[in-house]
Design a protein around this ligand. Sequence first.
Ligand SMILES: Nc1ncnc2c1ncn2[C@@H]1O[C@H](COP(=O)(O)OP(=O)(O)O)[C@@H](O)[C@H]1O
Ligand SMILES: [Mg+2]
Length: 217
Amino acid sequence: MLTAESVGLDYRNGGSVNRAVDGVSLSIDPGSFLGVIGPSGSGKSSLMYLLSGMKRPSRGRLAFEARDYAAMQAAELMRLRRRRFGFVFQQHFLINYLSVFENVLVGAVRRDHATAARAHQLLGQVGLADELHKRPFQLSIGERQRVAVVRALVHLPAIVFADEPTASLDQATGRQVVEVLGHFRQQTGGAVVVVTHDPDMLTGADQILHMRDGRLN
Ligand SMILES: Nc1ncnc2c1ncn2[C@@H]1O[C@H](COP(=O)(O)OP(=O)(O)O)[C@@H](O)[C@H]1O
Ligand SMILES: [Mg+2]
């Protein structure tokens, strides 16, 4: 579904070049769970930016459903991200003056009855059925991150990219967040990519890639 062939990303500052991602090849199949693990600075986030089309590669080729990213305009890539991908970050980026329910729907591709019904259902599944009208600041950190996960899933993305989604959470709360992603895979056949430095968050992964100095090993 998504393929990366020998992709690289350089950051240039002054005369020096930092090869943040260096010759990575991988493929992501529908419904699969890919884990990426590695120390801070090893290029995990940079790899996610390449896979999701947020940054253009310095080298190599990327394609989603046989569409080459290099042949797509920035606006097309943005549309691809919005419609087909979902994102979860270490920070939840919820909007404090909107309710839980509004936060889930605010960026949704469609805001129709089906999407609203799915938002209800997903918030119920993550134990937030009674918190729909609360504001983010009234929730615990773990609850906020579950809202952010529901927001990433509500448009039924083909792939969810989660970059250290459990890094601000304790172990038990972190596991809950990963379990929500697992249910999503089973129910919709969507794929999940989780970046972490905690191997315990990758139980059940189909594939675990170890990153170091921009390379997989
Ligand atoms: N915007 C940037 N400009 C220059 N260098 C960057 C930038 N973002 C990341 N880097 C560098 O690229 C390397 C990989 O960073 P990153 O992808 O954030 O790793 P990780 O997510 O594994 O911590 C690091 O050496 C980091 O300092
Ligand atoms: Mg990172």
